[in-house]
Design a protein around this ligand. Structure first.
Ligand SMILES: [Zn+2]
Length: 157
């Protein structure tokens, strides 16, 4: 018996084998449909990075951004957003400005935005390095929050 990487439900070896061949990761039937549906709403690279983070035990979420069809990855606990884009994404001025705007509003809400180029995620080896790097950023972010909270306590005492 294997576990679905998305919901941790156990799945049969046959289903797991099928899923690994088709998606490169073990998924239950429900989440194989979910991925098929998700592929219309987001990019292959975002899904890949999302599952690379899940494999590392990161409670990542795919979130719909307002006014943007692409779903990006959010880790609410660590207050980090991840955007995965191709390099053309920043070439158009309006797009670049709207990216800056989104980064600004995320920052106001206390969220740090990491931008990852598609090219890093597309390649299997750089995907692993990229996911490890993000885990490092998430840990730093959690440490900082922890320190900030303990400073609050010190100030009050
Ligand atoms: Zn599942």
């Amino acid at each position: 018996m294997k576990l679905c990487l998305e919901c941790q439900k156990s799945i049969s070896n046959t289903l797991s084998k099928f899923s690994l061949e088709k998606y490169d990761i073990p998924l239950c039937m429900e989440h194989q449909y979910w991925i098929d549906d998700m592929e219309n709403k987001t990019t292959f690279e975002i899904i890949r990075l999302y599952f690379a983070l899940k494999e590392r035990g990161i409670p990542a979420q795919m979130e719909q951004l307002s006014g943007n069809k692409n779903m990006d990855i959010v880790i609410p606990d660590a207050r980090v957003n991840i955007e995965v884009k191709d390099k053309n994404h920043n070439y158009r001025k309006n797009q670049a400005l709207s990216n800056l705007n989104r980064t600004y509003f995320s920052f106001i809400k206390g969220f740090f935005t990491i931008r990852i180029p598609n090219s890093l995620v597309y390649n299997k080896y750089t995907l692993e390095d990229t996911a490890d790097f993000i885990v490092g950023v998430l840990n730093e972010s959690l440490n900082k929050q922890y320190l900030a909270n303990s400073n609050d306590i010190d100030l009050r005492s």
